[in-house]
Design a protein around this ligand. Structure first.
Ligand SMILES: [Zn+2]
Length: 414
């Protein structure tokens, strides 16, 4: 491990502590969220759902209408002829889109998403190398043609960017991404200059946890842990709807969680020098190595996944073994956080029969607090479109938290 010098600082005085950085949805955000969940929905129902007064809901809906984020639905509710009909409101998906980019270790994905979180178009390309400037310029260059081909007259509001490891969303900086060799890369600054769009940046785990809260598994809103298993292994956790980031943007760094004895005796050492770390046991690279040991030669992880989905027994066995190992890590996370929901983002659990059951069984057997893994441990709602969802979810997360955000494509409201 590299040694790091830490400057000695005195603890802050109470008077110096800044206001909490937690960002709860504003009144307008709560109204937009209720419309997302229930639309088309009457204003009176929105008032009941949010606990806001009918007058205040009418005000918020007026602002959302003037921004073009919601529209009045053609249908009416309530009995005919009894005073003014209730005109329900719904999310307007006809005017705006968001763009998303996900930067993986070997490739990047750009996508367009509508305001209901549906992927409209996506495109994946291998990286030319790991130089941040080349990768980010490449992403910016691909967005224009993708928008021209698929936006269908809708304007792109903002660009969300997601990647693994440590990301500081407030600064818009990738703090550290060891697999890419990135440190302190100002992604927001570079992409905002290259695209002219407002850019929001976050870790892919937090982005996907937010996507679940907005468009996927509802139980994630109470409290959730999301475990991402890809070329990078990391996690995110949220309580009361708020995602925890940590002062070093490091919350969820579970790559080196020790899986304990009983892992593979033949393990290749982890990049940290130890053996038996979660990432070195279950990462895509580890899977390809294990496949080669069994004479199953594949060029990429996707090929191995394709074999397993087609039922190739050695490939299936590798994914089921991986599911058991992920189950061990899941048990540790369940005991540490006791979340309402633990979301596993791993293609095997969504696509290969037996993997999810194995994972749940292992987690249930090892956890001291979780006695209903069938209900608590769920696969990602976005299996098959995880990478194209992650980037857009960063932008939509910002929009649904603060629908009055000053994005140039949205009309200003006062
Ligand atoms: Zn390690």
């Amino acid at each position: 491990m590299p040694s790091r010098t830490r400057p000695r600082t005195r603890p802050p005085r109470r008077s110096e502590i800044p206001p909490s950085g937690a960002r709860r949805a504003s009144g307008t955000g709560s109204v937009l969220g209720a419309i997302l969940d229930h639309g088309p929905v009457a204003r009176s129902t929105v008032a009941r759902l949010t606990g806001l007064s009918p007058a205040s809901v009418t005000g918020h809906v007026g602002q959302l209408l003037s921004r073009g984020l919601v529209r009045e639905s053609a249908e009416t509710t309530g009995p005919r002829g009894l005073g003014r009909p209730h005109v329900p409101v719904d999310i307007d998906t006809s005017r705006f889109l968001v763009a998303g980019a996900h930067i993986a270790v070997a490739h990047s994905t750009v996508a367009l998403m509508d305001l209901r979180g549906r992927v409209v178009a996506e495109e994946r390309r291998p990286h030319p190398g790991t130089d941040p400037r080349r990768i980010l310029d490449g992403i910016a260059a691909r967005l224009g043609p993708l928008t021209t081909a698929h936006a269908d007259g809708r304007r792109v509001l903002a660009l969300g960017v997601a990647t693994g490891h440590r990301v500081d969303p407030a600064a818009g900086v990738v703090v550290e991404h060891p697999h890419l060799g990135w440190r302190a890369v100002p992604v927001r600054e570079i992409l905002a200059a290259a695209t002219g769009l407002p850019v929001h940046v976050d870790s892919h785990s937090r982005a996907l946890a937010r996507a679940e809260q907005m468009f996927g598994e509802v139980s994630t809103r109470a409290s959730t842990v999301l475990l991402f298993v890809g070329a990078v292994v990391d996690a995110a956790f949220a309580t009361a709807g708020e995602l925890h980031r940590g002062p070093r943007s490091g919350a969820g760094s579970v790559a080196h969680l020790p899986l304990g004895s009983g892992g593979s005796g033949d393990a290749e050492p982890c990049r940290c020098g130890r053996t038996g770390c979660l990432q070195s046991e279950v990462s895509e690279r580890a899977m390809i190595r294990r496949a080669a040991e069994q004479d199953l030669r594949v060029g990429t992880f996707q090929e191995l996944l394709d074999h397993a989905v087609a039922g190739e027994p050695r490939a299936v066995a590798l994914f089921r073994r991986r599911a058991r190992l992920i189950g061990r890590a899941a048990a540790l996370l369940l005991d540490m956080f006791d979340p309402q929901c633990l979301v596993v983002v791993e293609p095997g659990t969504g696509l290969i029969p037996g993997c999810l059951a194995d994972l749940r069984e292992e987690a249930g057997m090892r956890s001291w607090v979780c006695d209903d893994p069938e209900r608590t441990v769920v696969p990602s709602s976005f299996t098959g479109s995880v990478l194209s969802t992650a980037g857009g979810a960063v932008a939509l997360g910002a929009l649904y938290t603060d629908p009055l955000c000053p994005w140039p494509a949205l009309p200003a409201v006062c």
